[in-house]
Design a protein around this ligand. Structure first.
Ligand SMILES: Nc1nc2c(c(=O)[nH]1)N[C@H]1C(S)=C(S)[C@@H](COP(=O)(O)OP(=O)(O)OC[C@H]3O[C@@H](n4cnc5c(N)ncnc54)[C@H](O)[C@@H]3O)O[C@H]1N2
Ligand code: MOO
Length: 396
């Protein structure tokens, strides 16, 4: 292909932006908070209440005035009168006077007049109405009103990925439903004559279809709707039939058949009968990825190599589908990482004691380099990383 009529060797950022530009803007919807896992928050979320809603105890024990208890020790315990009880949901509504305390439980509101807690382990009953403290009550064992968030405060920003802790937070803020981006409907197809369903007897040269399983899992994790197109063998006719079955999808993801081989028909089909926005990305793994269109449907062709397809999904496709940026952080390198002259490398790394080291085998067919790794170590084009240098990593 001497002068292809489309860009080749685009950067990772360009690839992501070109895919985003082809995807439809889907708008937003509200969903029950318990079903929002993985979705992208579409509007800022305010706290409808404060949490804690009142200053409360962090321990089971008694609540007292700190000043009444300062002299308490195992040898000289302090004796207080029990004025009542405060339980989570059933607060004590009186006032606690000097020399008095209330029995209190974790999460129960602190009654007026007291400011400190002594845990049950440091107490001894002294008759039905009194208690002995073997140490002073601590003000630090109370949880102040609004210590987590205050009513009216904007706590979550639009664009956040709703992870499990964030779904819990949205519920704690008082939201039964949350506004989220509509799900991208993604048709998923794996290709290759040698690729067969996991579990079938494996003939020589065959390989189990791990890409479709892995990509489907990543799509679900990302809050996308998956339209399973199954698997197509390496023939233009069967690929065309599969492409035609992707109706209703917003985008089609394929795996395999995009490199230089004679049987890499996916690329040929897009070049000859569809459209191509780019072919090849300056990255490893994942270099042969292709973006194009088929009858108006955006098609992203992921390379067949198992590590390549999942890494390209992670750093290019997922951010474009969800609008959630790739989150990177900086770590010191425990081993050297080689650079590539004209490609950004995403080497698999393991994090130990706050530093990131080389996983070892970095072949694009070594799936364990991804499943056992903690992070992708980003080495920019032309760069190389020495031991002790700080590198950008993307957590897996
Ligand atoms: N002469 C060249 N050969 C290759 C180049 C190149 O530039 N010049 N690029 C290499 C790179 S980089 C990659 S990545 C692969 C990508 O090739 P394809 O997208 O055409 O993928 P296939 O040839 O179909 O398969 C590659 C490899 O992956 C296995 N595979 C495919 N699908 C699956 C699946 N669903 N689950 C598990 N494994 C799968 C397949 O059996 C092959 O082993 O091309 C290099 N070659
Ligand atoms: O990226 Mo290929 O993706 O280097 O094996």
């Amino acid at each position: 292909m001497p002068h292809p009529p489309f860009p080749m060797h685009v950067s990772v950022t360009e690839a992501r932006e070109m895919l985003s530009a082809l995807l439809p803007a889907l708008g937003t919807e509200t969903v029950p908070v318990a079903q929002a896992l993985g979705r992208t928050l579409a509007a800022d979320l305010e706290a409808r209440v404060s949490h804690p809603s009142a200053t409360e105890s962090a321990l089971d024990g008694i609540a007292a005035r700190e000043t009444d208890t300062l002299s308490a020790s195992a040898e000289t315990p302090v004796r207080l009168r029990i004025a009542g009880e405060s339980r989570a949901g059933v607060p004590f509504d009186g006032t606690v006077g000097a020399g008095e305390c209330v029995r209190i439980y974790t999460g129960a509101p602190l009654p007026a007049g007291v400011d400190a807690i002594c845990p049950v382990e440091e107490l001894q009953d002294d008759g039905p109405e009194h208690v002995l403290l073997r140490r002073p009550a601590f003000p630090g064992d109370v949880r102040p009103e609004g210590g987590d968030f205050r009513a009216g405060e904007v706590v979550m920003r639009a664009g956040l990925r709703l992870s499990a802790p964030r779904v819990a937070l949205a519920a704690a803020l008082g939201h039964a439903r949350v506004p989220v981006r509509r799900r991208m409907r993604v048709a998923l197809l794996s290709t290759g004559d040698e690729v067969i369903e996991p579990g079938l007897p494996l003939k020589p040269g065959q390989v189990y279809d791990s890409n479709r399983v892995g990509l489907s899992a990543m799509l679900q994790e990302s809050g996308c709707e998956v339209i399973e197109l199954g698997h197509a063998p390496d023939s233009p006719a069967s690929l065309q039939a599969a492409l035609g079955a992707a109706g209703g999808a917003n985008v089609l993801l394929t795996s395999g058949g995009v490199s230089m081989g004679r049987y890499d028909f996916m690329r040929d089909l897009l070049v000859e009968h569809g459209s191509v926005s780019f072919w090849k990305v300056r990255m490893r793994p994942g270099g042969p990825a292709i973006l194009g269109g088929w009858n108006g449907l955006p098609v992203f062709g992921l390379p067949g190599n198992p590590v390549s397809s999942l890494v390209v999904f992670h750093v290019i496709v997922r951010p474009a589908l969800t609008g959630q940026p790739v989150q990177s952080l900086k770590l010191r390198a425990a081993t050297p990482f080689r650079g590539l002259k004209d490609k950004t490398a995403f080497w698999r790394g393991v994090i130990r004691e706050g530093e990131v080291g080389d996983y070892g085998a970095q072949g694009s067919g070594i799936l364990r380099s991804l499943s056992d790794a903690d992070a992708l170590v980003i080495v920019p084009e032309g760069g190389a990383v020495e031991v002790g240098e700080v590198v950008d990593v993307v957590l897996l």
